[in-house]
Design a protein. Structure first.
Lengths: 216, 542, 115
């Protein structure tokens, strides 16, 4: 592979060296995110353990359809972005652009559904933890803790998605400028890793929120 | 000598002279300059935390407390803890010595992500600004551990500001750790295999693993705490179904590895200094380097020993106690290896070596007393007493701060191109050693006798030891101010340093003092093991 | 190129199948403490996304090292962290043994599900 025309920083010995290092760095960052969300999952375990009935009662109030649709959207978005990456590896910058735009739109759709439709509905039903919490009786404590986890978890995930939209948008801009080629597309790869990871976090959050507490 | 080509022609300016504007410093991506930016910042924080310590020891001179208000006292020890832990000990050696030395030691031109390095400094400064705000707004009374429900429900201090400051500093840590890990994996000079790396690099690698894997848990913990405080979420509130111990589990999951974050770089520094000043290869290199990794791994398995009397299950306490005994083993291995290194070596007692020798003794005492408190039955009596305070100050202050001073003196010629005045250096080391022991040894006795920690006043029978401790603190303060004075003096009037004033091995000593911006003219190639000193009995020239 | 596209498309299909399985499992009559088994299909989905979309198996060796480290440490956090609540016991005092004013009953009341 000829990398004489590809610039790389002075502390690296070749463009490939830099590319591999960037990818390794992103994976390490994702490992930190695993531990970040992991702490939230521990709090899920504790909250559910001490308040099993109430916690599950809260889970039954979630909007299963919209959560499931959102899961399908995110999986597709991750798929589409990976397709785009495959295209730039084959040299098709135009298809990369289209895929990134589609992936971006799917991500935006997720956010609109979650924060524009689902959250307002939950808040209207009185599920926001606090004095106005609508589930009364002995299950209140557990149910409220469930919704603490729900709002906290989806907010943090949403913030990460927003960041993801930012970096995918950056990739779209750079693709339009013609920055990427089969020989150089490291930013596309690295952003793809982040985007798929945010998808992975949702894949774990989805059953914790919508499925586990929902028994017959 | 090894076949290396690292000449530095005189025409190239050193990194210090390469750009003199403020902009060239504040927007630098040169790891050496960033190290100095950090050095200035952590020094300021050290003295802020030290001032709080001085007031604490001042208060404890009389049984009723010299400072009338217990609430003020609570705010003092809280600020002392927060500043010293997160704004001094956690960053200090990696961001100052590590940032400076790592690329030099591995034969690279800079770290893997230089801009991320600069960002980490700005995050640190931002965190510091928020903390200073919290301090001037009145501080916090919960202790640096922020236990719920005091912190979430009842404290009248500035919890959210303090917690926000620590949260931001966490990102600085993660950035540094990530940068170091990727650098050590990917930017080693040709021929530098893992087993040819100096021990300091292994220690910093282990520290970086801790930065990267433990700090995110702290981030989430503080986020949950902040929201719990503002919105009364209930996650840590038993009246709402939450579990206050969840906070402690999450907090200590980070904070126990954090104490190893604090000590591991120090262990690495000592492992550099002892071979140099014994002119001898380190004893048992592989044991020493793998013990750093072992400490890093096992440190994640012991956090429950901070919670033995908090109400956790007895079975979980037993597991944590056993694991805590295991974590002491790699540290002990290091101590024995340092002794083995010195044995039959040609020992010189320059200031770095005096600090290192002090470290070995004080760290051993601190480490062994850790085992006392790791024993469940003993901990029932010793927990939350001055015994614990003395234990961790022995490892952190007697150990880690001494190691930092050792490293600063050792690499000072490389960093600044000047020699510090040797006699003052040795005097400082001695004063610190004496002052430290006088301050903290009485605290072991106080703890054993039952004096609780974090108490603003105490029964009169404890006064003698408290007065001794405060007297020692005064001497210790002199010992810490001395290097500030003579190191600053040496910047202007110190003798110019040669490339290798100590006759040490290692790539950083093969380049000029101070180095040029790119560190090396040509990429060095490594063909020899580390610490390649001549054998002590062989009669041959170096 | 087409091989990669085929691989990606089949993977998406697999993910949807796993999602359907997971969805179905939610409606099975599992005991409360067994319901976390629903996470198994989710874990498989994570592995699939990681290995196919994120190409974890290609690339430098340290990538796999970082993945193992992240997952191992997550396991430690969740496993060793859960050990405490799973093994906590209430040790009841016999209040009649403690000197002082009369207590309402011999043992302290067991807290009901918290209000």
């Amino acid at each position: 592979m000829s990398d004489t025309t590809i610039k790389y920083e002075f502390q690296y010995s070749s463009a490939e060296h830099q590319a591999d290092t960037a990818i390794s760095g992103m994976w390490l960052f994702l490992a930190t995110e695993v531990l970040f969300f992991g702490a939230l999952f521990l709090s899920w375990i504790y909250s559910r353990h001490w308040n099993q009935a109430g916690f599950d009662a809260g889970a039954q109030q979630t909007w299963l359809a919209i959560g499931t649709i959102n899961t399908v959207i995110l999986l597709t978005s991750s798929f589409v972005y990976s397709v785009g990456l495959a295209f730039i590896r084959a040299g098709d910058s135009r298809r990369l652009m289209q895929c990134c735009v589609l992936a971006w739109l799917l991500g935006a759709a997720f956010l609109i559904l979650k924060f524009g439709v689902e959250w307002p509905d939950d808040i209207e039903k009185g599920l926001l933890p606090g004095p106005g919490f609508s589930i009364e009786g002995p299950l209140r404590g557990g149910a409220q803790l469930f919704f603490v986890f729900y709002f906290f978890g989806t907010a943090l995930h949403g913030l990460h998605m927003l960041g993801g939209l930012g970096v995918v948008g950056w990739i779209i801009r750079r693709t339009r400028r013609g920055d990427f080629s089969p020989d150089y597309h490291t930013p596309v790869t690295v952003v793809g890793l982040y985007w798929s990871f945010v998808d992975i976090v949702w894949i774990v959050l989805y059953p914790l929120i919508y499925l586990i507490g929902r028994g017959p | 000598m090894s076949a290396m080509a690292v000449d530095t022609p005189q025409e190239r300016p050193s990194y210090l002279a390469d750009g003199v504007t403020l902009r060239s410093w504040l927007l630098t991506t040169d790891h050496k300059r960033i190290a100095l930016l950090y050095l200035g910042s952590v020094t300021i924080f050290f003295f802020v935390g030290g001032a709080a310590a001085a007031l604490i020891r001042y208060n404890l001179i009389v049984p009723e407390g010299m400072i009338a208000s217990a609430d003020t006292y609570n705010r003092l020890f809280t600020m002392h803890g927060i500043v010293m832990v997160w704004f001094f000990l956690v960053p200090v050696v990696p961001v100052t010595l590590g940032n400076f030395v790592i690329p030099l030691m591995i034969g690279a031109r800079d770290l893997a992500f230089p801009k991320l390095n600069l960002l980490s400094w700005y995050l640190f400064v931002a965190a510091g600004v928020v903390l200073i705000y919290a301090l001037f707004a009145g501080g916090l009374d919960t202790g640096w551990t922020f236990y719920t429900p005091l912190s979430s429900n009842f404290s009248r201090g500035h919890l959210v500001a303090a917690v926000a400051a620590v949260f931001i500093s966490g990102f600085s840590s993660i950035a540094t750790g990530l940068n170091f890990m990727v650098t050590i994996h990917r930017l080693r000079a040709p021929g530098m295999t893992w087993y040819r790396m100096p021990v300091f690099l292994w220690s910093l690698y282990a520290t970086s693993v801790l930065y990267v894997l433990a700090t995110p848990v702290l981030a989430m913990t503080l986020l949950l705490l902040g929201f719990e405080r503002i919105f009364r979420l209930g996650v840590f509130d038993p009246t709402l179904g939450g579990d206050p111990l969840l906070f402690q589990h999450l907090f200590w999951f980070y904070s126990h590895p954090a104490v190893y974050i604090m000590i591991l770089p120090g262990l690495g520094v000592i492992s550099e200094i002892v071979p140099t000043f014994s002119s001898k290869r380190i004893f048992g290199y592989k044991f020493v380097v793998w013990s750093s990794i072992a400490i890093a791994v096992i440190s994640f398995l012991v956090w429950g020993h901070h919670m033995f009397v908090a109400g956790t299950s007895l079975y979980s306490a037993l597991v944590f106690s056993i694991l805590s005994y295991m974590v002491a083993v790699p540290s002990a291995i290091k101590v024995f290896n340092w002794i083995g290194t010195m044995h039959k070596g040609y020992i010189r007692f320059d200031a770095p070596m005096l600090y290192a020798l002090g470290f070995i003794g004080l760290f051993t005492i601190g480490g062994l007393t850790g085992l006392f408190v790791a024993a469940l039955a003993a901990d029932v009596h010793l927990a939350q007493t001055y015994f614990v305070v003395a234990h961790f100050h022995y490892v952190m202050v007697g150990g880690m701060v001494s190691a930092f001073f050792a490293g600063i003196h050792y690499w000072w010629p490389k960093i600044t191109g000047r020699m510090y005045p040797e006699m003052w250096g040795r005097a400082g080391a001695l004063i610190i050693f004496i002052g430290f022991n006088l301050t903290f040894f009485p605290q072991f006795i106080l703890g054993y006798l039952g004096m609780p920690r974090r108490y603003h006043s105490y029964p009169p029978e404890f006064q003698v030891f408290n007065v001794l401790s405060s007297a020692g603190a005064t001497i210790l303060a002199v010992g810490y101010l001395l290097p500030l004075a003579y190191l600053t003096w040496s910047l202007f009037y110190g003798k110019r340093a040669p490339d290798n004033p100590w006759g040490a091995t290692g790539l950083e000593w093969k380049t000029s003092s101070p180095p040029i911006t790119e560190n090396f003219i040509t990429t060095p190639e490594v063909t020899e093991p580390p610490y390649n000193y001549p054998q002590p009995d062989a009669a041959r020239s170096g | 190129m087409t091989a990669r596209l085929r691989e990606l498309s089949l993977t998406l299909l697999l993910l949807f199948v796993l999602l359907a399985i997971e969805f179905g499992m939610a409606f099975l009559p599992l005991a409360r403490s067994l319901r976390p088994l629903i996470l198994i299909p989710a874990a498989l989905m994570v592995c699939v996304v990681g290995s196919v979309f994120m190409e974890a198996r290609q690339g430098p060796v340290i990538v796999r090292l970082f993945i193992v480290a992240g997952l191992l440490w997550l396991a430690i956090l969740l496993g060793l962290g859960s050990l405490d609540p799973l093994t906590r016991r209430d040790y009841y005092l016999d209040w009649t043994m403690i000197p002082g004013p009369a207590k309402p009953s011999a043992t302290p009341p067991v807290p009901a599900e918290v209000r």
